[in-house]
Design a protein around this ligand. Sequence first.
Ligand SMILES: Nc1ncnc2c1ncn2[C@@H]1O[C@H](COP(=O)(O)OP(=O)(O)O)[C@@H](O)[C@H]1O
Ligand SMILES: [Mg+2]
Length: 225
Amino acid sequence: MSILSIKNLSKTYQSGSRKLTVLDEVNFDIQAGETLAIVGPSGSGKTTLLGLCAGLDSGSTGSVVLNGQSLEKMSEDQRAFVRNKDVGFIFQNFQLLPTLTALENVMVPLELKKRKDARQKAQELLEKVGLGDRATHYPTQLSGGEQQRVSIARAFANEPKILFADEPTGNLDTETGEMIEKLIFDLNKEKGTTLVLVTHDLELAAKTQRIIHIKGGKIQEDVHA
Ligand SMILES: Nc1ncnc2c1ncn2[C@@H]1O[C@H](COP(=O)(O)OP(=O)(O)O)[C@@H](O)[C@H]1O
Ligand SMILES: [Mg+2]
């Protein structure tokens, strides 16, 4: 079953009188449970592509069907609903809410789903990423690697059907990055989540089942291991 289906996806930005084509007729399908990496040079459109796939962004032409739902036809509120129901996202710069503690950050998606056990579930997730004793710390009181572990716990909180990670180790040192990679792959394996990983790191990309190479907003290669 196809969990994500992208057809003729294009995105342009207007800057002054010039039109910048960032994604140019992109097509691919991802099967449920698949793991894949999107690689390409800086500025090639990877983050833009991920944002459209995850329903974070809009304003494209073509179609994005996520778990049977056509995102391009939806309002922002409808997309927010789908995101909370089906999608997890890990960002390069963590994107934790600064006024909330580690525990409260992980609770956000659970509370949006009105889960009564949000606090307990969030605590369990923090323990899973090795931060059970840091629940009451704020993001500024945590190292980069710890913040990314909180964001991983948050991303897995809703048991998403599909997890998008945009250069999740890009802001971390090598050793911390390796720990974060392992955590993402381990949790992914445990939950059987579909994983779409954007990375510069070809060694990391090689740990997935499939690598899509993108350049200038076009897919150059789509290689299954
Ligand atoms: N909001 C925006 N307005 C104008 N141009 C943008 C915007 N966001 C991204 N871009 C441009 O789109 C291109 C692709 O960016 P991005 O998707 O972030 O690439 P990557 O993640 O591969 O580095 C770049 O040339 C970037 O400058
Ligand atoms: Mg990017």
